[in-house]
Ligand binder design. Structure first.
Ligand code: SIN
Ligand code: CO
Length: 382
């Protein structure tokens, strides 16, 4: 699905990462991509991350998934919300929502979380660290937004929910199906269902914390170092005071660290892997049976369609004419003649098969490697 009445350039210039924006139904025709029952079904699955937030005034109760099916029959009539993470991994029509936001690079995307709220349900006033497009799917929700928050903003005591101790609404909107509220990071917000069957799709982005970048990149650099890569000082001048660590020694020592940390090639390779790691890395996505290149080719010749696994992350980086491909946290080898193919592969969720592709053994080799690691799947495998 694409946004029809929406000026991308204007949005990026005046709103993205700056201020909230209500986007009144910008779709050509909004179709709610998932039924409440299907969402409840997902919440019952072991491999799906879900939670129920129930208001038992003045308390907020959280129950983590998988939610037993029978639990839904015992829920109160009002004031509860079911939240399911990464629904785009399981429901292609929900994953398609992401296509409307491809003007933001894929590596910034986290997932599409879907909530279902009974009347007056909500998760309380809070702030998130990430940009989010809150798409109203079904029913009506009142969204209120408040001040920009930070680490010092007082929270209510709660083990699991980071609810604001105080919330003063500065703006308020009623969102109907198809409407979208964009929120930059750290804006206080509170969404309350004002109808039954209120569904909201949160297209959430991620922004790495500097601390995570430093910690993870340093780990990567450490893995590349050898024990004999050491400080050395040939031509050492006689020390005037043997107790002093000289400015020159300090400069050389710091340079040893900086050389590694500022190496653009290693940062590029590391970030390609880091940013394409899957959201749920422990899930095994390998196919039951690996294919040889000729077997894969036969499938394609029969007209079968290869798709990117919806849980997989693909990205490429460019260094002059050189392109490096990263898929699911791993660098991928391919012949330089495939540069254009790799760029297309990263831009589209479907692998376009044409005669050129079927005749290129280098392309089939790359596709086979990606299929065998589970990052590509055949369309009817769902
Ligand atoms: C919801 O969908 O109920 C909550 C979304 C959010 O506030 O981030
Ligand atoms: Co939120």
């Amino acid at each position: 699905m694409q946004l029809e009445n929406f000026d991308i350039e204007l949005f990026l210039r005046d709103y993205w990462q700056q201020k909230p924006l209500l986007i009144k139904n910008p779709w050509q025709e909004w179709i709610n991509p998932l039924d409440p029952d299907e969402l409840a079904g997902l919440a019952c699955e072991e491999e799906v991350e879900s939670r129920l937030v129930i208001q038992q005034r003045p308390q907020w109760k959280v129950e983590h998934g998988p939610i037993p099916e029978a639990r839904f029959a015992t829920l109160p009539k009002a004031e509860w919300t079911l939240l399911v993470q990464a629904v785009d991994h399981f429901v292609p029509d929900v994953a398609d929502l992401l296509d409307a936001f491809r003007f933001i690079p894929n590596w910034r995307i986290d997932d599409v979380m879907v909530s279902y709220a009974a009347e007056n349900g909500g998760v309380g006033a809070h702030f998130d660290q990430y940009d989010v497009f809150l798409i109203q799917g079904l029913g009506t929700r009142r969204w209120q937004i408040g001040a920009l928050c930070d680490e010092t903003t007082p929270l209510l005591p709660h083990d699991e929910l980071r609810l604001l101790a105080r919330f003063k609404a500065t703006e308020e909107w009623l969102l109907e199906p198809g409407d979208i509220l964009y929120l930059p990071p750290r804006y206080a917000h509170n969404g309350v269902a004002v109808s039954e069957d209120c569904m909201t799709y949160s297209v959430g982005f991620r922004a790495p914390a500097r601390g995570d970048l430093v910690a993870n990149f340093c780990d990567y650099v450490l893995g590349t170092l050898t024990d004999d890569d050491r400080y050395s000082d040939p031509g050492l001048a006689a020390a005037k005071n043997s107790g002093e660590i000289s400015a020159e020694a300090l400069k050389n020592l710091q340079q040893m660290v900086a050389d590694k940390l500022l190496d653009a090639d290693s940062f590029r390779s590391w970030f390609g892997c880091y940013s394409t790691s899957r959201k749920y890395v422990d899930d095994d996505i390998k196919p039951e049976k690996a294919l040889t290149t000729s077997q894969l080719l036969k499938h394609l010749q029969r007209g079968e369609i290869l798709l990117r696994n919806p849980t997989s992350r693909f990205a490429f980086v460019r260094d002059d004419d050189r392109i490096q491909l990263f898929v699911d946290g791993e660098p991928q080898n391919f012949a330089p003649a495939l540069n254009n193919f790799v760029e297309t592969l990263c831009a589209n969720t479907i692998v376009a098969t044409d005669t050129d592709l079927l005749n290129s053994s280098a392309t089939i080799e790359l596709l086979t490697a990606l299929f065998n690691q589970g990052s590509l799947v055949f369309a009817d495998d769902d």
